[in-house]
Design a binder for this molecule. Structure first.
Ligand SMILES: C[S@@+](CC[C@H](N)C(=O)[O-])C[C@H]1O[C@@H](n2cnc3c(N)ncnc32)[C@H](O)[C@@H]1O
Length: 207
């Protein structure tokens, strides 16, 4: 990869082309709603009242959450075309659509009762991952959820024919090592063979 940071690719045509391949159609939202049923099953008596998705793209998770929880939803996304879809399709009020990136979130400490990523930390380069993890932790007052690709040891994979854009590791362990006071609420694996959108490991922590 050239001198660009991965997030610069996501801001440009590379990110806009992703939207073309991954639209928020009804089937995608239904599929993601089933995943959220798994993620939330152990916190149903104490659901978050405000939620921030970091790297929300066109809001497949946010649309699913809209059907499941009575929470104030916010999305942060570096790609402008994705943010425009969120606004044009009324997924979020404009004031809840944020430009930015994971390593420096423009929010106060504990501003949201839940912060989460799905398929986003895998695109954060290892040099920026500590900051991204610490930011997810900082702006949450209660829950942190991550659904990402697992590997026992950190490894890089080719992504859409390019290097420097996809990194797997034990993201749950990485979060716990940096923030050992966290409680493990639940964790699991979403399996495409059983109808999930992707093969992803997920972790839900409580502060
Ligand atoms: C594979 S997509 C996942 C989208 C969404 N989370 C979902 O599960 O449908 C990755 C998203 O993360 C965004 N992204 C990439 N790098 C990011 C970063 N450093 N901080 C925040 N978002 C980022 C991309 O623009 C893209 O929308």
């Amino acid at each position: 990869m050239a001198e660009h940071r991965p997030v610069d690719f996501w801001r440009g045509d590379f990110g806009s082309e992703y939207i073309g391949r991954n639209s928020a159609n009804a089937a995608a939202v239904r599929q993601r709603t089933r995943s959220w049923g798994c993620y939330l099953q152990n916190i149903l008596p104490d659901l978050p009242r405000s939620i921030l998705e970091v790297g929300c793209s066109v809001g497949i998770n946010l649309r699913a959450l809209n059907n499941l929880v009575d929470a104030e939803l916010h999305g942060l996304e570096p790609n402008e075309a994705a943010r425009r879809v969120l606004a044009d399709e009324g997924v979020l009020p404009k004031s809840h659509i944020h430009e930015g990136e994971a390593k420096s979130l423009p929010f106060k400490d504990g501003q949201f009762e839940m912060t989460f990523t799905t398929g986003v930390l895998i695109h954060v380069p290892p040099s920026e991952l500590p900051a991204a993890i610490d930011e997810l932790h900082r702006v949450s007052s209660k829950y942190i959820l991550m659904s990402e690709y697992f590997a026992h040891e950190p490894e890089e994979k080719t992504y859409r024919g390019q290097q420097g854009l996809l990194f797997k590791r034990d993201f749950g362990g990485f979060m716990l090592d940096r923030h050992p006071e966290l409680t493990i609420v639940d964790y699991g694996f979403q399996w495409m063979r059983a109808g999930a959108a992707d093969n992803g490991h997920w972790w839900l922590f409580r502060k």
